[in-house]
Design a protein around this ligand. Structure first.
Ligand code: OGA
Ligand code: MN
Length: 210
């Protein structure tokens, strides 16, 4: 593991992340990455979105059915091959290790994709995982992460992430603006959530620990 990750995910920061996940099930982190790394990820996402992003499906390794009634963003899975993607994955793996040491969640795999919402795009209310739905071939998603890359986000840009306490709740627990270099982590099978209609380009990296 490189030094860089150790500087930005100090033991203290990892303590705070673990405490928040244990007590409230989610945590919001500002200035998550060194600014150069966050900027490189945005540039990478912008460039790749022109040619490589595909209309998003629901779920992975399933038949990746498109469902534009539910979500309209386009996505690209990060690979382990190039900077800055490999650096992002290594930071998230350090986070995985830190959370495992503190909470014994047994997180064993991390996967993530870039996501691009254009004007009018949204993702309706959903859960990233369902309790007790663990297939033998695929481990369930336990912890979700979203890292935001929208520079100069303004209220009129919309595209907030709304987390709900449970399926019945009408009022969101928290509304998270997709501000540059902000990261949110939440338990995948606990919080229904939605992405409100975005009125501008919105870039992010959504990831899951299994
Ligand atoms: C997802 C998701 C939230 C966001 O991709 O599953 O809920 O804020 N994303 O982009
Ligand atoms: Mn989701």
């Amino acid at each position: 593991m490189s030094n860089l990750n150790n500087i930005f995910l100090t033991d203290q920061v990892l303590d705070l992340i673990a405490d928040s996940i244990a007590s409230q099930g989610y945590v919001l982190l500002e200035n998550f990455l060194p600014i150069d790394l966050a900027s490189s990820l945005l540039t990478d996402a912008e460039v790749l979105s022109r040619t490589k992003f595909k209309a998003a499906g629901i779920g992975r390794n399933e038949d990746n059915k498109l469902d534009s009634k539910i979500r309209t963003d386009s996505t690209l899975w990060l690979t382990q091959k190039m900077v800055p993607q490999v650096t992002y994955i290594s930071v998230m793996e350090r986070l995985q290790q830190g959370v495992n040491q503190r909470l014994f969640m047994g997180l064993s795999e991390f996967e993530c994709h870039y996501s691009h919402y254009q004007k009018g795009d949204f993702y309706l209310r959903h859960l990233d995982a369902f309790k007790s739905q663990q297939s033998s071939t695929q481990k369930n998603r336990r912890l979700s992460s979203v890292f935001y890359l929208t520079p100069d986000w303004q209220v009129e840009d919309g595209g907030e992430l709304c987390l709900y306490a449970d399926q019945k709740q009408v009022e969101p627990l928290i509304n998270i603006a997709p501000m540059f270099n902000r990261c949110v982590l939440f338990l995948s099978d606990v919080f229904p959530h939605e992405v409100l209609t975005s009125n501008n380009d919105r870039y992010s990296i959504a990831g899951w620990y299994r």
